[in-house]
Design a protein around this ligand. Structure first.
Ligand code: HEC
Ligand code: HEC
Length: 377
């Protein structure tokens, strides 16, 4: 080989080495986020196809937040970590715990310093399907919803900026955000997108009811629960299904609408909490609240927006009595005192058949569990 040819080969090899080094640097060392529609930062990890159990429809996914293995794992950690609260004492799970069907046992929720809110925590189960979030529907998405409790003085009592600062100061979180989102700069937007993606995996279906109704397994439901299902849907009996919807292919047990049942009304028909009206100022919405799903309902006592009914039987009793009279009581609410005691028991048996065991991967990450138990000692 002549000298000039040798030179050329060496230069070419050097060029290749530089190119490879540059490529490696782009992939591993730089923290360049992937930017999608309207400048939104997109996840960079392994796309995750969330499987929906029997009895649930396809999952709605926002275009700017497709779930990945990494964002869901990060969201799960954030959900169980009290780091988001002002004094490191309260996590999302404090009020929406998996053992309680993703709610809590207090009539109204209790936040940092034992401060009381005014409403009962609704379940996070299947909240991915809600058209709007909160009892009054004031948040349009899970992502927007999650900002609420962090900054709420009677819940996590932090500010969005402070919570982000605490995460940014924790090298473990910086690494996890980098893996999930390809950036070292943690923002509230990425925090709530991660939490939202985790919440989209908190799904309940494949209950005894689903296996009976959609899976055609005749033995999945007791005879009593089967009668209860008939009374639940029969317009001349319970007529519950007008609001707690059961579809042909799936059942969300909510019409995603707002209704006034007079829960919380006094004898004069006055209500302290005006529900949806506070958001819309529309007279027709006075004292109305979003129809909650009934999935895993037996695990979720106490009941209603103010947690005023300690048992499922008490909640049913509200309907038997025809709700509390007030000027805006929903047209579909009327006394059901003609239902026999056996028929009432059947409806309760049916409601109990809506409980499905939830997968383990929805619980706290194991190392966080250790941290929490050592803290509480
Ligand atoms: C101190 C208790 C408390 C904490 C902590 C808390 N929540 Fe809530 N959550 C509530 C209450 C109460 C409501 C209902 C408030 C309302 O309707 O005005 C609610 C509503 C919700 C809803 C709406 C569900 C629906 O059906 O409309 C979701 C989703 C939710 N919370 C998720 C979270 C997440 C995620 C966190 C952590 C970032 C969190 N919550 C922290 C008490 C709490
Ligand atoms: C007019 C619509 C409507 C009808 C009919 C209806 N519900 Fe409800 N249901 C609601 C709304 C709205 C709430 C929440 C009300 C509140 O908290 O103020 C609710 C709450 C509940 C709860 C408590 C859920 C929770 O998360 O705390 C149970 C249990 C329940 N309904 C069962 C039934 C049964 C059983 C029937 C039939 C006998 C029935 N519902 C009929 C709209 C309806």
């Amino acid at each position: 080989m002549r000298e000039s040819e040798k030179m050329r080969v060496i230069v070419f090899i050097l060029f290749l080495v530089a190119l490879i080094a540059f490529a490696i640097d782009r992939v591993t060392l730089s923290a360049e986020p992937r930017v999608g529609l309207q400048g939104a930062i997109m996840p960079i990890g392994k796309p995750l196809q969330i499987k929906t159990p029997l009895g649930l429809p396809p999952l709605p996914i926002p275009a700017d937040n497709p779930p990945t293995v990494e964002t869901v794992a990060l969201g799960r950690r954030l959900y169980y970590d009290p780091i988001l609260s002002a004094d490191n004492s309260i996590s999302c799970a404090s009020c929406h715990g998996p053992q309680m069907g993703f709610t809590d046992t207090h009539p109204v929720s209790t936040g940092v310093g034992g401060k009381r809110g005014t409403r009962h925590s609704p379940t996070v189960i299947n909240s991915a399907y809600n058209f709007v979030q909160f009892w009054d529907g004031r948040a349009p998405s899970l992502e927007e919803q999650a900002k609420g409790p962090i900054a709420n003085p009677v819940e996590m009592a932090s500010t969005l900026d402070d919570s982000v600062r605490r995460l940014q100061a924790d090298p473990k979180y910086v690494a996890l955000f980098r893996q999930a989102w390809g950036t070292d700069k943690i923002t509230i937007d990425l925090v709530v997108k991660s939490i939202g993606s985790f919440e989209r995996t908190v799904l309940s279906g494949n209950s005894p009811f689903d296996r009976f109704y959609y899976g055609h397994d005749k033995n999945a439901l007791s005879a009593s629960a089967q009668r209860g299902l008939k009374f639940f849907t029969d317009p001349k009996k319970g007529d519950c299904e007008v609001c707690h919807t059961i579809g042909r292919d799936y059942a969300l047990f909510t019409d995603n609408k707002f209704h006034n049942l007079g829960v919380g009304a006094d004898l004069q028909g006055h209500m302290i909490d005006l529900g949806r009206f506070e958001v819309t100022k529309n007279e027709a919405d006075w004292g109305s609240f979003k129809t909650p799903t009934l999935r895993n309902i037996a695990q979720r006592a106490p009941y209603m927006h103010d947690g005023s009914f300690p048992t499922l039987k008490d909640a049913l009793g509200h309907y038997i009595g025809g709700g509390n009279l007030n000027p805006h009581l929903d047209r579909e609410i009327h006394a059901l005192d003609f239902l026999s005691f056996d028929e009432r028991d059947d409806i309760l048996a049916f409601l109990e058949s809506l409980t499905a065991p939830l997968p383990d991967k929805l619980g706290p990450p194991t190392d966080l569990l250790v941290k929490q138990t050592t803290q509480s000692r």
